[in-house]
Design a protein around this ligand. Structure first.
Ligand SMILES: [Zn+2]
Length: 439
């Protein structure tokens, strides 16, 4: 059925950053017209007066497996957080608990206008994450987290190198292109500290052969640079390039502790940095210098990371922080609202190789879009630019409708398709069983 979203402020995020007042026609899952649209007979009409329509958010670094640990791993630095909370939790997760965690994460993201994400996965049960994404109707690049080295890693998380690679290749075969192309596979070595050089080199070669994505954490803490400097006499980013991790289908989360040479390396190899401002603050990792990445021409994206280090999976929170964080260091105009909304939408789509399908509102593209209520919330009134209102003043509660591939996944602020009450009760039950097993 055709759908017409009427009387909206349409923030296209196209090459000219056009903002259009009018309607959007959705037919066969795609944007069929923008502007002054004559509604076809029988079309469903959605009045979006006082609302903005934007391309859906893309979060390029997420851990849907970790959601059950939300609010249970606070006030720690990264290594303690991983060794004492997150790895024991991930080691304990069974399939049904992982399913509950992934559903909770996706419900939260969808209600906040995110319909595409890149997931770091966990060591086991990756098929469950694929099944949940398939069922959700949204898009994701998913992958199995790979770990074959490190201290204080639970036995169940420590992998044999060849088996880790073999399982990743199997998962690529099953999930890359699944769900009508909504799911892509990314190879996900956790970070340099958790992986042998052999594993990283094999991943680099195999991903290049398969044309697959690579996702890892990089230079989140100074410790990663010390680690690679001690062993190989080079920075973490140089090491990752040396072992074949960099490239145009590589997305590195964080990039907080980098030199100018590292930035040049990232730009030269077209590697993406996913900025995760909440996570970097909460784990006391630092603040990524985003204007410097822009200056060097590094590709960038935005994401919430995992629920235990945030504690939300909300792109509005990340946008606001991304805008505010740079200002004390680089001046008030260093990260304007337009730039931040682009980071959260179009740049995210570009980072995942999806810009031909999503990331802007243009005729022919997939209808992955969000209707945001601006006029019925005292906190977003009375005026200002649409970018300012969305980036600085909006919250997840302003999201009214969300479409993914032309299917409505949020209607009047309510989840469509999934019973939110069950998602929540399942998550509480799974939290109870997994934490009992961790003891
Ligand atoms: Zn992460």
């Amino acid at each position: 059925m055709a759908i017409v979203i009427q009387n909206a402020t349409i923030v296209t995020m196209d090459d000219s950053m056009n903002v259009v007042t009018g309607d959007i026609l959705i037919e066969d899952g795609r944007i069929a017209a923008i502007g002054d649209v004559e509604a076809p007979d029988g079309a469903r009409k959605i009045d979006a007066s006082g609302c903005a329509v934007i391309p859906s958010f893309v979060q390029s670094h997420i851990h849907v497996c970790q959601t059950l640990m939300r609010n249970c791993a606070d006030d720690m630095v990264l290594i303690d957080w991983l060794q004492t909370r997150i790895w024991p939790y991930e080691a304990a997760l069974n399939q049904s608990e992982l399913r509950a965690s992934a559903r909770l994460a996706i419900a939260e993201m969808v209600l906040g206008g995110t319909t595409a994400f890149l997931d770091m996965g966990t060591v086991h049960h990756t098929d469950v994450i694929g099944e949940v994404v398939q069922d959700s109707g949204i898009r994701a690049h998913i992958g199995k987290c790979m770990m074959d080295y490190g201290e204080k890693v639970p036995d169940r998380m420590m992998e044999n190198t060849d088996e880790s690679v073999k399982e990743s290749v199997r998962l690529h075969g099953v999930w890359d292109g699944a769900a009508d192309g909504r799911i892509r596979y990314a190879f996900c070595p956790r970070f340099a500290i958790s992986c042998t050089e052999s594993l990283l080199r094999q991943v680099g070669e195999i991903a290049a052969d398969l044309g697959a994505f690579i996702h890892t954490h990089a230079s989140e803490t100074e410790f990663e640079n010390e680690f690679t400097d001690e062993r190989w006499g080079m920075s973490n980013m140089s090491y990752l390039r040396e072992v074949g991790m960099t490239g145009e289908r590589s997305v590195f989360a964080h990039g907080v502790h980098v030199s100018d040479d590292d930035c040049q390396l990232l730009a030269d190899t077209k590697t993406v940095i996913c900025h995760c401002p909440s996570s970097n603050l909460k784990l006391a990792s630092g603040i990524a210098n985003m204007p410097r990445y822009d200056k060097f021409g590094v590709r960038v994206a935005l994401g919430a990371d995992g629920a235990p280090c945030n504690n939300n999976l909300d792109q509005f929170v990340e946008m606001r922080l991304a805008a505010l964080l740079q200002k004390p260091f680089h001046g008030p105009t260093s990260m304007p609202a337009e730039r931040v909304l682009k980071l959260a939408t179009r740049d995210g789509a570009e980072s995942l190789g999806l810009l031909s399908e999503i990331g802007t509102l243009e005729v022919g593209k997939s209808a992955d879009l969000v209707v945001i209520d601006l006029d019925n919330d005292p906190g977003t009134n009375p005026g200002g630019t649409v970018y300012s209102r969305i980036v600085y003043a909006c919250h997840r509660s302003n999201v009214r409708h969300v479409f993914a591939s032309g299917n409505q996944v949020v209607d009047k602020g309510e989840l469509v398709g999934w019973d939110l009450g069950k998602v929540l009760s399942d998550s509480r039950e799974a939290f109870g069983t997994v934490t009992k097993r961790m003891l």
